[in-house]
Design a binder for this molecule. Sequence first.
Ligand SMILES: NC(=O)c1ccc[n+]([C@@H]2O[C@H](COP(=O)([O-])OP(=O)(O)OC[C@H]3O[C@@H](n4cnc5c(N)ncnc54)[C@H](OP(=O)(O)O)[C@@H]3O)[C@@H](O)[C@H]2O)c1
Length: 333
Amino acid sequence: MRAYVMSRYGGPEVAGLTDVPMPKVGPGQLLVRVRAAGLNPVDFKIREGKLRIIQRYRLPAVMGNELAGEVEAVGDDVTRFAPGDRVFARVPKEAMGAFAEYAVLPEDVVARMPDDVDFAMAAAVPLAGLTALQALRDELHLGPDSRVFIPGGAGGVGTFAIQIAKWLGAHVATTASQRGRGLVERLGADQVIGYTTERFQDHLHDVDGVFDLIGAETLVDSFAVVKPGGTVVSVAALPEPQTALKDLGRGRRLAALFWLISFPLRKAARRHGVRYRFLFMHPSGTELAELAGLIQDGKLTPIIDKVYPFDRIADAFTHLESGRAKGKIVVTM
Ligand SMILES: NC(=O)c1ccc[n+]([C@@H]2O[C@H](COP(=O)([O-])OP(=O)(O)OC[C@H]3O[C@@H](n4cnc5c(N)ncnc54)[C@H](OP(=O)(O)O)[C@@H]3O)[C@@H](O)[C@H]2O)c1
């Protein structure tokens, strides 16, 4: 089968389309004929070796972290799916394998696609949608009357985050350039600050929480706009001890390392009476089924910037790595 494979760590030149053996389905697993796969910044971060401290892959490896397709075959003990089902998934972190004609997945990361949604749209949901749900509901505990700030609302995660925060009942402030302003307004953002012309600190104060998608100075500056006792959840900066213990299920050694590298950030947060949390999202078929329900009910719309055919996946990566995507980038097989 055709697959997009990275042969070593490095720039775009270390990955390419090639023929690889079909994966074999085992007990508790599904063989899925992939019809579309979503791209995410984590794909090129893995390729560049930036996540090696968290996850090492045996190379060469088929890349790709989320997909939509049809169940082709099921292994022993699979109870919830049958051949022909239209499904989508964020693949297990230690596996990758979505940029291929077929992929094997454990049953528990898979959910049925919403009706009336095509494969390209479904493939855009799992990674960014689950990240937003887990950050806003499970970490920030947003509810009616919460005020949340989401720097970077126009990208893959941000376009889900604005809609999910509104669904949870929160007041949403976000940042966007002129290119993204119309989009984030249409998605329901209550307050849009132009990050190229304005300082968000001049417009915001006493929010309950921040969901940071940008990192660096944006993250540090965001501590000042949160009310004391609030939380800043980032998915774009440095991991802290809970990332190792809670998100990665790893031991105290990695937690100690993350304690050390996040020390300056946690100290800066503490100065404002704020808690800093770095979330590393996890696959979940159950939560993905919830997102499918929201899409089905018209409460959540995946935003797609561009769909590329699989044989142009290198162009799709160039687009993603420009950092300018509005919503998601998807390839179709
Ligand atoms: N830890 C995790 O589990 C996890 C999960 C998912 C994502 N992430 C991380 O989260 C980050 C965002 O992911 P994504 O998929 O949303 O990325 P993305 O789709 O590539 O984000 C691109 C968008 O960001 C906007 N942007 C760029 N710089 C900005 C700034 N300074 N202020 C406001 N907006 C800005 C761009 O708008 P303009 O073009 O208009 O400037 C563009 O629309 C990435 O670092 C990714 O790796 C982490």
